[in-house]
Design a protein around this ligand. Structure first.
Ligand SMILES: [Zn+2]
Length: 292
């Protein structure tokens, strides 16, 4: 088949940012400028360990909820273990607690990509609140984190198995939520080839899982990125910056800011459930076995 340039899969916008990016944040309340705090980029501790479910951090700012946000409050920290929703991977949920007794339930974390700041959105218990400078204990829901890491990593594995099966499509989208996850590509596979393709890719995935390949996560200098990422880079990728790349064993990988399993064996079984033309894209749906 034709070789298409492979764009960054899944996490195009979530690649690592260097620290210290200053952000000027404006929050309007009515006609009055309420807040003009400047913060450095949030240190992303979930990059270091998928299975670190607790940590401590310092509160940089508590931003009151607007009416549009239905009263949801946003907390900004200096560092976080909360993986923000993005790249097709759901947000972590969990709690923050201060020694004052103040407690905050995080229902969603999101990354402000322009400035590298993670916004933790949720509600305080019993009208409590944090002050800037407070030390807080963070705890994410480890069950959902581990499950999301498996779901997301399975997407990477399917991607690799597809290439190993001779289909070098350009990836267009990844969706790694618990309800019918999938990866999508530009291109198509003829209807009468799909069953063969599905069986072949499934066989490759099973082999990769049985081989128990370690997941490699590393910062790759720009000059080596193309080699490491299946031989091509997205044309709009800013040049010169090292990027976080995830791969299995010594196989090529892709730029990613997500959380991953330690090795392919942790994926257990990932049955491909459906191959389907979807608009201009070709969708391959998969599932994972329940956590044991
Ligand atoms: Zn990933």
């Amino acid at each position: 088949s034709d070789r298409h340039p492979r764009r960054e899969t899944f996490r195009s916008f979530l690649v690592s940012r260097g620290g210290g990016v200053a952000a000027r944040r404006f929050f309007w309340c009515g006609h009055f400028l309420q807040n003009t705090m400047t913060h450095p980029a949030t240190r992303l501790d979930y990059f270091l360990d998928t299975y670190q479910f607790t940590s401590t951090a310092t509160v940089l700012e508590v931003i009151p909820g607007t009416e549009e946000q239905k009263g949801l409050v946003t907390v900004v920290l200096d560092q976080t273990i909360f993986h923000p929703q993005g790249g097709g991977q759901p947000s972590d949920v969990g709690t923050m607690k201060a020694s004052s007794g103040a407690a905050f339930e995080v229902t969603k974390a999101s990354l402000d990509q322009a400035v590298g700041i993670v916004n933790h959105t949720g509600t305080f218990a019993n009208d409590s609140t944090f002050s800037s400078g407070d030390k807080v204990d963070l705890e994410i829901n480890g069950v959902t984190r581990a499950h999301y890491a498996r779901l997301h990593s399975a997407g990477h594995l399917l991607d690799l198995a597809l290439v190993q099966s001779g289909y070098n499509f350009e990836p267009s989208k990844g969706y790694h939520f618990p309800n019918s996850p999938y990866v999508e590509y530009f291109g198509s596979i003829p209807v009468n080839e799909r069953e063969t393709c599905k069986n072949l890719v499934q066989q490759k995935m099973d082999e990769l899982i049985a081989a128990d390949l370690p997941t490699r996560v590393r910062m790759v200098p720009y000059a080596q990125l193309e080699d490491v990422c299946f031989g091509s880079l997205p044309p709009n990728l800013p040049k010169g910056k090292p990027r976080r790349v995830i791969s299995f064993g010594d196989f090529p990988g892709c730029m990613c800011g997500g959380t991953h399993v330690p090795s392919t064996k942790a994926l257990k079984e990932c049955p491909i459930t459906k191959l389907k033309k979807k608009g201009k894209a070709f969708r391959i749906s998969y599932s994972i076995k329940a956590d044991s």
